[in-house]
Design a protein around this ligand. Structure first.
Ligand SMILES: [Cu+2]
Length: 637
């Protein structure tokens, strides 16, 4: 299949030669505490046993009388692209979910007609809870390209750099592709046949035209994440445009006012489309040659996770997202679309990594085998001051730019080192997933940037830009949102379990410590909520700001909700500062478009509401967005 070529499409950038490095195998490394289970681990044999047991025992454990959820009144629906993305999840009593008695929640009847027999992979040593065995999510299963012969589809390739200049045009096609992951072949999605999609590299202040062609089997759009562009091209169906039907086209004009690392993805059923490969980076170059300190090389790291059971992908819910409680957390971690990342570097080399988390729900904590890390920039700007950090935490949709120096020859493992939680055992345990490795040879890097790397630069331009916002840092909030959840018709066992489980919680849940309960929950039963100070929720909130105003948004993540967990909150089309968390001011600021709100925390965000239009604010956990966790900030034109 050929795509129209434009401008410098496919112009290969030597700096990115190692984008998808090696096929040569390394021994997978996984370090864990003894006796501890990992969600990363696929449950192979025990999963199939679990299925057999599940099918045998299933119906016995099921309560009767499934209650059909009531439909709420019709409202403008930014997710109206397809039924499953509708925000019209049923409203249950959400006032104080934690105190609700289990009996107040309807129980779910097993409905075999939904044809989703696949059991969710459980981590080793973690049994399904008996009351859930045999249940399946109350949705029809969906996987891309039903009935399509994978052999007739193009094999996905790795991402290539597409350099565009002001005024250029790009054709971007979302299409079905064949991908082989760990020896198994799946039908998935890609932009222009590439996973990640083409790396669109543009100079700051460029305006480009993107002719989007939707050739997948779902409606879609393209959202230009973090870019403060014209509202008409923000890609939100029902709010800024109609969704692009399968086979349809839409032309976007994208203007890039800020340098840095951004990304593009669909805004329709992200839980399916983004998870199946529709994501790509936008790299915006500042005109200043010394915008960043010098580095020997640039690398993109796009972090994703896929949920695979034996030989198949775990199907998605057709009518509504499943995994609605804590989002779909994959068990195969990928970097740039591949299960293993590799890079060969020279001794003393300084590598600049542009890291993006495109996962549906997973938060990462990335480090480089002990190599020193300097954090340089975040979502929408550089930091006021460069800082040495031991690791980098990225919630879904966040980006960080880090410089790493590999001083000595040898192998440096790129790892995700986190605290796992087992909700059944009530235990936390350290877990380290190896994402890849940097192999450093004895040849010395030229030039040697040791001195520049050792220097922590101050970015005065960033501080000066922020200076005019400082008078607003301590003002009272203009808007307060509480993050919580309402449920209805969940399985009784889930309700009973969660009522006990919320006695302990982690500020951040790094893994899915309750995969079966999570899998069974769909957005028909779970509604995630942004609630304002007047008690209005999600799309009912009427939130307006004057153009050019500085809006203080306070977000509180209620630890007493039915299922407390962190939420990465993303605001479209504007930039914001995380000015404080739990009353502690942030000392070193960078402009952001996504901020993680840990459980129990209160985070103050200062929004530079300078871009007119209707802009979504939502949780970037794809299933939480699919379960209604969104509102709109209207900035007057
Ligand atoms: Cu969320």
């Amino acid at each position: 299949m050929r795509f129209p070529k434009n401008a410098c499409d496919d112009a290969h950038d030597a700096d990115f030669d190692t984008w998808h490095m090696d096929a040569h195998e390394r021994t997978p490394m996984r370090i864990r505490a003894p006796q501890r289970a990992s969600v990363i681990e696929l449950l192979d044999l025990s999963a199939s046993r679990c299925l057999v047991v599940a099918l045998l025992l299933g119906s016995a454990a099921i309560a009767s009388a499934q209650q059909k959820p009531k439909q709420p009144p019709k409202k403008p629906d930014p997710m109206a692209g397809m039924s499953g993305m509708s925000m019209s999840a049923p409203k249950a009593d959400s006032s104080k979910p934690k105190k609700a008695k289990p009996a107040a929640h309807d129980t779910m009847q097993m409905d075999m007609s939904h044809d989703m027999p696949m059991p969710v992979p459980m981590p080793k040593g973690m049994p399904m809870i008996p009351g859930l065995v045999g249940l399946t999510p109350a949705v029809t299963e969906f996987l891309p390209g039903k009935g399509v012969d994978p052999k007739r589809l193009p094999l996905a390739s790795s991402s290539r750099v597409t350099r565009l200049k002001d005024g250029d045009t790009l054709d971007l096609t979302a299409q079905l592709v064949r991908r082989t992951i760990k020896g198994r072949t799946f039908v998935m999605y890609a932009y222009n046949g590439q996973v990640p999609g083409p790396l669109i590299r543009v100079p700051q202040n460029a305006t480009i035209t993107v002719r989007f062609h939707n050739r997948i089997d779902l409606p879609s759009t393209v959202h230009w994440h973090g870019v403060r562009l014209d509202n008409r091209f923000d890609g939100v169906p029902g709010l800024t445009q109609d969704s692009v039907r399968a086979g349809g086209d839409f032309t976007y004009t994208v203007h890039f006012p800020d340098a840095g690392i951004y990304w593009y993805h669909p805004h329709v059923r992200e839980d399916i489309e983004q998870a199946m490969g529709l994501y790509g980076n936008l790299l915006v170059d500042a005109p200043e040659r010394d915008y960043y300190a010098p580095a020997n090389r640039e690398q993109m790291l796009v972090l994703d996770d896929l949920l695979i059971n034996a030989d198949t992908l775990i199907p998605f819910g057709k009518e509504a997202p499943d995994f609605a409680l804590m989002g779909r957390v994959g068990n195969v971690l990928t970097v740039n679309g591949e299960p293993r990342y590799g890079l060969r570097a020279k001794k003393g080399e300084v590598v600049r990594f542009f890291i993006t988390n495109v996962s549906s729900s997973r938060t990462y904590n990335i480090s480089f085998g002990g190599a020193p890390i300097k954090v340089v920039a975040a979502d929408v700007s550089r930091f006021e001051r460069e800082e040495r950090v031991p690791s980098v935490v990225l919630a879904p949709a966040e980006r960080y730019v880090v410089d790493v120096r590999f001083e000595r020859p040898g192998t440096y493992t790129v790892v995700n080192a986190i605290q796992a939680i087992n909700h059944y055992a009530g235990e936390f345990s350290p877990e380290v997933d190896t994402l890849g490795a940097v192999t450093v040879d004895a040849t010395h890097a030229i030039p040697d940037y040791a001195k520049q790397f050792a220097t922590l630069r101050s970015n005065d331009a960033v501080s000066r830009d922020i200076e005019r916002f400082r008078p607003y840092f301590d003002k009272p909030p203009d808007k307060t949102l509480t993050l919580t959840v309402a449920t209805n018709a969940l399985p009784l066992a889930t309700v009973q379990f969660m009522n006990v489980d919320t006695a302990y919680y982690a500020p951040v849940e790094w893994v899915d410590g309750m995969p079966d309960m999570n899998w069974l929950s769909t957005s028909k039963q779970v509604r995630w909520i942004l609630r304002d100070e007047q008690g209005k929720e999600n799309m009912d909130i009427d939130w307006r700001a004057a153009r050019g105003s500085v809006v203080k948004l306070r977000i509180f993540n209620d630890p007493k909700s039915f299922h407390p967990m962190q939420h990465p909150i993303h605001l479209h089309g504007q930039r914001m500062l995380v000015v404080s968390r739990d009353g502690v001011p942030t000392k070193n600021l960078a402009w952001k478009d996504t901020a993680i709100i840990p459980v129990g925390s209160t985070v103050d965000l200062l929004i530079d509401a300078s871009n007119p239009g209707d802009w979504m604010l939502h949780c970037h956990i794809a299933e939480h967005l699919g379960a209604g966790m969104m509102t709109v900030l209207h900035v007057a034109r």
